[in-house]
Design a protein around this ligand. Structure first.
Ligand code: ZN
Length: 158
């Protein structure tokens, strides 16, 4: 980003800030940029407090181009970080939802097995271990038997 602006603006009158380092002061949350002077030799310090450039050690009239450009750079940086953390939060939320739906599915499967296992005369674990091709005929046979019983009961007026 910085490289690009240096390239595109060098020929024009507007100077482009050259960052040497960025320091975050943990104690107060201030940000200090160490920048290279346009003469390529000196270095200056530009201070950013709460996203606003408050000072620069260069001799230019304030606000200097270090202040205006670094304020913008710092703002873009904050936006980028905010977007990244939002993305991370969304990912976490999606993972939690997925985990929840797996748990619900497992619970539903267990309830289903607990309902059917005694009717089919097998254990819950045995039913859960079965594939659909194995348990479907058992359930169909059960339902067939139950339907026949119901029809018979109906016919006999029970
Ligand atoms: Zn300056």
């Amino acid at each position: 980003m910085i490289k690009q602006s240096t390239k595109t603006r060098k020929s024009s009158k507007a100077k482009s800030v050259t960052i040497i380092a960025r320091y975050f002061i943990k104690r107060n949350g201030h940000v200090v940029y160490r920048v290279r002077s346009s003469n390529g030799v000196d270095t200056y310090c530009t201070t950013i407090i709460n996203g606003q450039a408050t000072g620069c050690t260069c001799p230019a009239v304030k606000p200097c181009y270090h202040m205006t450009q670094l304020e913008k750079i710092e703002c873009e940086r904050a936006e980028r970080i905010a977007a990244q953390s939002e993305q991370a939060n969304e990912k976490k939320l999606a993972e939690r939802k997925l985990e929840e739906s797996y748990r619900e599915l497992a619970q539903a499967q267990l309830e289903w097995a607990e309902h059917w296992a005694p009717l089919l005369g097998i254990t819950v674990d045995a039913l859960l271990a079965m594939g659909i091709g194995e348990y479907r005929p058992l359930i169909e046979a059960y339902e067939d038997g139950r339907n026949r019983y119901n029809n018979m009961a109906l016919a006999l007026g029970w």
